[in-house]
Design a protein around this ligand. Structure first.
Ligand SMILES: Cc1cc2nc3c(=O)[nH]c(=O)nc-3n(C[C@H](O)[C@H](O)[C@H](O)COP(=O)(O)OP(=O)(O)OC[C@H]3O[C@@H](n4cnc5c(N)ncnc54)[C@H](O)[C@@H]3O)c2cc1C
Length: 391
């Protein structure tokens, strides 16, 4: 049965929404309802590669990464199940002088914050991944503590623990409208009835712009499609391997089971739709980029793949802020290509904003007002909803 009211209603049971629910419950706020129109973790969280890195360009995001990595390390102790964290490292390959200069500055900042990251030579990169073509490279950047974890294990871990503490997570329950009385939020209307609440958290991932539209507001969010492909078992690539990112082409790959996970690094607009059907011409593009950087991969057959939406903002930083114009709507959206890995820290700080009135970290990077004087382009507007928007 759908509850009549709740202190907090969270829209979206992805990594972000479930982490917020878990962190609220952990601190004793259990009168929380999470509404998910499909199944827990079935949104874009299910499409993530599970990558976890401390190599970000801003101090706030590096702090988010360090806190989140620490959480993933303690995951089993806190959640009772493993999240299969594998610290295989991230290896960025650079062949552009200006890019290298940018990385030098970022590496200095990351080292100052305690990240074990260093600039290494192309030859040293090839010692880590002997199949690399390095002739055109100037340098590489390597952080051995980066890696990946199981996205499903993490999101289900948050959800299970939140439920154990009393949070209600309702699947197949879509929010179709937000009810406002005067200047304040009063509740949400769902496909299964209405829930009264003074606080709505928008954690709807790439669809968060549609929640904004329910309140007559345009949110600066750009759902962008990205593909991932998996090869058949391929012992000629090093196993395990770091995640290798070719900065020139955007291509990335790492060992996955007995095969190789690869992405062309695409960031395509999906105009006026949320359609994420797979475009098999992308497999060809991926194979071409792979062959240039890891020539042996031309012998690897692509076995399967998928596409998903990354919820991008124009500056590729998330939005963690209250919506102006209406009291009681908190956004935790726009986590781009790093929402899975930043979900532990994001959940904790959003719980602080709700329970303490302010977060313990400086979150000015994520304020919505940073877009105030920028024009939100057509591309930045949420596409209109359509029937087949989930797949
Ligand atoms: C190919 C690909 C690779 C990626 N790789 C990585 C990676 O390596 N590392 C990383 O950290 N991130 C990665 N990401 C990004 C990551 O997937 C996202 O940043 C993250 O999953 C966002 O989580 P979320 O909870 O905000 O969104 P979601 O998981 O999409 O959750 C939002 C939920 O809201 C629900 N919803 C929407 N509208 C409504 C409504 N009206 N009513 C009820 N429910 C609603 C949706 O069904 C959905 O389940 C990748 C993304 C893609 C596409």
């Amino acid at each position: 049965m759908i509850p009549k009211s709740a202190d907090v209603v969270i829209i979206g049971a992805g990594a972000i929404g479930c982490s917020i629910a878990y962190h609220l419950a952990r601190r004793g706020q259990t009168d929380v309802v999470v509404l998910e129109r499909d199944l827990i973790g079935s949104g874009t969280t299910s499409k993530a590669a599970g990558g976890i890195r401390a190599q970000f360009g801003t101090e706030t995001e590096v702090r988010f990464s360090l806190e989140s990595l620490d959480f993933f390390r303690r995951f089993e102790e806190e959640m009772g199940t493993s999240c299969y964290l594998r610290q295989v490292g991230y290896l960025f390959l650079l062949n552009d002088e200006r890019d290298l200069e940018r990385f030098r500055q970022q590496v200095a900042m990351q080292q100052r914050l305690g990240v074990d990251v260093q600039i290494i030579s192309p030859q040293e990169a090839r010692e880590l991944v002997p199949q690399l073509a390095i002739e055109d490279l100037l340098a590489a950047v390597y952080c051995p503590t980066d890696g990946y974890a199981g996205t499903n294990e993490v999101v289900m871990g948050y959800a299970r623990k939140a439920r154990e503490k009393g949070v209600r997570i309702l699947e197949q329950t879509e929010v179709v409208d937000i009810l406002v009385h005067g200047e304040r939020v009063a509740g949400v209307q769902t496909t299964r009835g209405t829930i009264a609440t003074p606080l709505v958290v928008n954690a709807a991932g790439p669809w968060a712009g549609l929640i904004g539209k329910m309140l007559g507001q345009e949110l600066p969010l750009l759902p962008r499609r990205r593909h991932i492909f998996f090869t058949e078992p391929f012992p000629d690539f090093v196993h395990p391997s770091p995640l290798v990112i070719d900065r020139t082409s955007g291509f990335y790959c790492r060992a996955e089971g007995p095969g190789v996970l690869m992405s062309p690094g695409d960031a395509e607009a999906v105009p006026l739709s949320y359609h994420v059907g797979i475009d098999w011409s992308k497999a060809e593009e991926t194979a071409q980029k792979a062959t240039r950087r890891v020539p042996v991969l031309q012998r690897a057959g692509i076995m399967s793949g998928w596409a998903g939406l990354r919820p991008l903002t124009p500056d590729e930083h998330a939005i963690i802020d209250y919506l102006p114009g209406v009291e009681g709507v908190l956004c935790a959206i726009g986590f781009c290509g790093h929402g899975f890995q930043h979900s532990p820290a994001a959940g904790r700080v959003v719980a602080e904003m709700i329970l303490d009135g302010q977060p313990s970290l400086d979150l000015s990077l994520f304020r919505l007002s940073r877009f105030q004087n920028r024009e939100i382009t057509q591309q930045g507007r949420a596409p209109e909803p359509e029937g087949n928007r989930m797949r």
